[in-house]
Design a protein around this ligand. Structure first.
Ligand code: AHR
Length: 648
């Protein structure tokens, strides 16, 4: 028995490699305030993030406006596309069905976005606009069809009258199937026109009409994001100026929001998606509402008059920028203006008379060169004049270093933008090596917005090793919260059958959601952001990579908690003594809540079939007199929380 104990003890002591590691947190040196909106999300309609994703519409090409009007549809019988006397002037196409009576029906099937997901016993709201050519009553059969070609839900609609009218009906799915489709059949002989054919799950986020997918929104809500950057990304620039995201097209009645191409349809030849368009069903009103719902500050990005500089040299002459500048000014009015202002009225009519309290606006996305700077100038003049309280975000270009970056940062300082948007898609090694990036930044210029970042492992998977490297890097964001004011991982969403870009924070199919290890890192930061930075040191130095260890610490004045974040990116477990300087009294035997994100397999991922492979685990340890000991596993991220008694 004695022998066994000795062997076990030897085993344990060998397990924790290296000599004793000591960190010290100093409670007396309360540092910079952490912005309440520091950790957020960046949403772009890429990877079927909006249409086919967050936007809960299940019908693809519902208005027949795609360049090939039957994309997504399988017509049968006599069905043709028309545009005379349309129902919606900005989406003028509709279909005409002519049932001769000799067949058993004329109709259409819709394949959805990589098919339609149905859930057993769930309700679905179907609607379309229709008119009967002779005014007489015409019967439609509406069917939900599963992947086995079985009808799992059905109902009828009667269309009557020569004028366009909306017809709505609810139906239920009898079984669950991730790969279903919709069928509608005109059964009565005669001619009928129909348009804007729509099918939504009855259950959407807050059960709103024109709603958002509840499970995806819940994943966002659970992140506790402080800021919500939208709608891009490259889509705000467009491959051509004509196809840039124009927010004014995305508000007002949903049926009349004109379709735009999605630039991610043909950006990558190896990921070609000719059926990717933007309906703007999820438009700026919905984006503002969503931000409000999840408690995040909205941060819209608008075009600065340059088409995507990777794809084109098209630009608006500086002297002709006024309509673009007006778009930015009007956007602020749409968000914050009184209900009797032109754009505030539209917001109120859409259902939100109260202002959205917009505080930020970004001009341009990944722009570069003189052409950006000279366009930013008139935007800034106009915005500062009319809305001096709004914070303006300029860009440092598409990379975190190099020619464009080095040119733009001094220019942004000169122009006195409030924040500079930096983007870094780099290897996990880069993230580990750059945890000290902001330690030496100039404190007198604009603040930093890490607007798009993600560690790109060679597999481009959302694996644990990439997540841990992001966690390590983020200790540097937190330590430098005086200069780093906002940070948003990118991209946010990806459909498993329709992605163009990876890694992505949240994956989904037509029925389920996968929160990646990278998601959990973001969540662990955003849920434990704290209010003030506290120094944490090893031998008097920042902990930023020595022996693969990284750490930061904050105080949360609202909960009186000391929060220590530790990353062990090495391949060995480490025993770390964390002492707390400046305690008013002993914390001996107090419980320390520990959240651990760890896996034995660095390349481990979460998948649709195994979504909980890498998830945070909650436990607690007991404090010692003036600190605690953390047994940090290899390749792991920890958040440790201890209640601190405030001075009496
Ligand atoms: O996040 C994907 C893309 O990466 C964004 O659209 C763009 O800003 C960046 O190049």
């Amino acid at each position: 028995m004695k022998k066994l104990v000795i062997v076990l003890l030897l085993g344990i002591s060998c397990f924790y490699a290296g000599s004793q590691i000591a960190f010290e947190v100093d409670l007396q040196k309360s540092g910079a305030e952490i912005q309440p909106d520091m950790y957020g999300v960046f949403f772009e309609d890429i990877n079927f993030g909006a249409d086919g994703g967050l936007y809960a519409e299940l019908i693809k090409n519902r208005s027949f406006e795609f360049d090939q009007p039957f994309v997504g549809w399988t017509p049968f019988g006599d069905v043709s596309v028309k545009s005379e006397n349309p129902c919606f002037e900005r989406n003028p196409h509709y279909v005409q069905m002519n049932e001769s009576g000799l067949r058993r029906g004329t109709g259409l099937e819709n394949e959805g976005f990589r098919r339609i997901g149905f859930k057993q016993n769930a309700g679905y709201n179907f609607s379309f606009y229709g008119r009967s050519n002779d005014g007489g009553e015409k019967k439609f059969r509406i069917e939900l069809v599963n992947s086995q070609e079985e009808i799992i839900g059905k109902t009828d609609i009667l269309v009557q009258g020569k004028e366009w009218k909306k017809y709505s009906v609810s139906l239920k799915a009898g079984v669950t199937d991730a790969k279903g489709k919709l069928r509608l059949v005109l059964e009565t002989p005669g001619i009928v026109d129909i348009d804007h054919i729509s099918l939504f799950p009855a259950e959407t986020w807050k059960n709103r009409e024109n709603g958002l997918r509840k499970d995806l929104l819940e994943a966002l809500y659970d992140l506790n994001p402080g800021v919500f950057r939208f709608p891009g990304g490259c889509i705000i620039e467009g491959n051509t100026l004509e196809t840039r995201y124009q927010w004014k097209n995305s508000v007002g009645p949903v049926e009349n929001r004109p379709l735009n191409e999605n630039r991610w349809n043909y950006t990558f030849k190896h990921r070609f998606f000719p059926d990717y368009y933007q309906t703007y069903g999820l438009g700026f009103y919905e984006f503002f509402l969503l931000s409000e719902d999840i408690g995040a500050e909205p941060l819209p990005v608008v075009s600065c008059g340059l088409a995507c500089q990777y794809e084109s040299t098209e630009c608006v002459a500086v002297g002709d920028l006024q309509p673009y500048i007006d778009d930015a000014l009007d956007l602020i009015e749409f968000a914050n203006g009184p209900v009797d202002s032109k754009w505030g009225k539209i917001r109120a009519e859409m259902g939100h008379p109260e202002p959205f309290n917009l505080k930020y606006i970004a001009i341009g996305n990944e722009q570069w060169g003189e052409s950006y700077v000279e366009r930013l100038v008139p935007f800034m003049e106009a915005l500062r004049k009319k809305y001096p309280e709004i914070k303006i975000i300029g860009t440092a270009g598409p990379a975190p270093d190099g020619e464009h970056f080095n040119y733009l940062w001094p220019k942004m300082k000169e122009l006195k933008v409030d924040l500079v948007d930096e983007h870094y898609y780099r290897s996990p090694e880069w993230f580990l090596e750059n945890a000290e990036r902001y330690d030496s930044y100039d404190r007198n210029g604009p603040k930093v917005f890490a607007g798009e970042y993600a560690a790109h492992h060679r597999s481009r998977n959302n694996n644990a090793v990439s997540a841990i490297s992001e966690a390590a890097f983020m200790t540097g964001l937190e330590r430098n919260a005086d200069i780093v004011h906002l940070a948003t991982y990118a991209p946010l969403f990806a459909h498993v059958d329709a992605w163009q870009w990876k890694p992505d924070m949240i994956w989904f199919d037509n029925l389920s959601v996968v929160r990646t290890p990278n998601y959990y890192v973001q969540q662990m930061y955003a849920q434990n952001a704290g209010t003030h930075v506290l120094p944490i040191k090893q031998e008097g130095k920042n902990i930023a990579g020595k022996d693969g260890l990284y750490a930061s610490s904050v105080m949360d004045d609202a909960t009186s908690e000391l929060i220590v974040k530790v990353v062990n990116s090495s391949t060995e477990a480490k025993k770390i003594n964390i002492s707390i300087k400046g305690l008013q009294q002993s914390v001996h035997n107090q419980r320390i809540a520990v959240i651990e994100l760890h896996t034995l397999v660095p390349e481990a991922v979460n998948t649709i079939d195994n979504p909980n492979n890498v998830v945070p685990v909650h436990s607690f340890i007991l404090a010692e007199e003036a600190g605690f000991t953390l047994e940090a596993q290899a390749n792991a991220f920890y958040v440790c929380k201890l209640k601190i008694q405030k001075e009496k």
